[in-house]
Design a protein around this ligand. Sequence first.
Ligand SMILES: [Zn+2]
Length: 462
Amino acid sequence: MHRPVSPLLHDYKPSAANKPKKSKALQWFVVGLGIPLAGLALVSALTSTTPPAAPPEEPVITATDGSDYDVETPVEPVYAATPLVLADAINPPPYQTLNLTIGRGDTLDKLFRQHDLDLGHLSEISRLDEARKRFRKLKPGDQFEITHDRGDLVSMYSNLNLTSALKIERAESGFKAEIVERAIEKRKRLAYGTIESSLFESAADAGLSDRVIMNIAGIFAWDVDFVLDIRSGDDYYVQYEEIWQDGEYVMDGEIIAAEFNNNGRTYHAIRFVDDEGRSDYFTPDGHSVRKAFLRAPVDFTRISSNFNPRRRHPILNSIRAHRGVDYAAPRGTPIKAAGDGKVIFRGVKGGYGKTIILQHGGNITTLYAHMSRYAGARIGGRVRQGQTIGYVGATGLATANHLHYEYRLNGVHRNPRTVRLPQADPIDQRYRQRFLATVEPILQELEKFKNTQLASVAYSNK
Ligand SMILES: [Zn+2]
């Protein structure tokens, strides 16, 4: 087995082939040779400040390859020992850096003690709002980058999420905390998949993540039943975002556009984000890919009672029309608003128990009964399609946990399972031109990609 040679064994030369990548590597190289601590402080001071011009006879390390190699870091022990340099090196002070990782059962207090950091400073910053909020949510794996001056805290930095971080710095009086933005980069990706047996299998073959494939299924779910309608030979093209940060891949983001070819029919969906930050998918001519209503407003285990104008009521034991659908589901399963609308009733409604009624456009109302509890939505408040409005229960006249769901058009009960559902609203008129302008280049890009894929398929089939 090839074993890498220790850098300490190298005769150090600033040659192109043997260049240390970062000045840090050089520091450790010097430490490794046993330079006393005072010397180390001096060296690190030198690396963080611009040194005076080196005497002409001294070899100066320069980078000519355009790498991020720190060219202004001549770490020559002889050079560093010059008193003139020492005086300059003291200003700015040699701060030390430390990366603290929270372990199970750790507190910042404990870690500050372990590393001889000033506990007074910790309690001082703990009084700052932003810091206090962050410290309250401490969990194993959280990281804090600390800069200190022999134990005196100079700065502290910790990521909050993908897009923001907490930054604490020593100010003229005490410390100040602020939330700073973390830059993310979105990269565009194109992928192609062809289905042999299932969408998920094809996605794995195409190298797509579960997130991307769930999103594809979600976008086209209104037109394609991914269990029943899929045919061998169906295929799809997708353009999606990848989220990168500091030059590293983080996760897959949203789908920008997709084409799905199902059993001879082609569906397109293109994402549009409006000025309020709400995103939705539309066909190239601006129609919504969604229906205005979910077919079933709950993830049910089975349908326990169908829409039936003449049914014997299980509790009252008399013929009574069942003017809705009963979806059996475990207690606590979220109940979703079937469509965008307004809450016009919320309360106990006789045998219906805890009930919500929504008013939608087109003179449609939907009713949700037997809830165990409500979720947020108040009377008069607006809800979005898919928003959780309550949870499955058995309040009122019910023998088991289920959602009783009704759909009325112009006051007349319709079977929610078979009623023809209206299409969701097309793109808002004020965004229409902007949307149409983005569609063409996106579709062209998708088409170009499609052709290269088809060409490579044809080639590999030869
Ligand atoms: Zn019912």
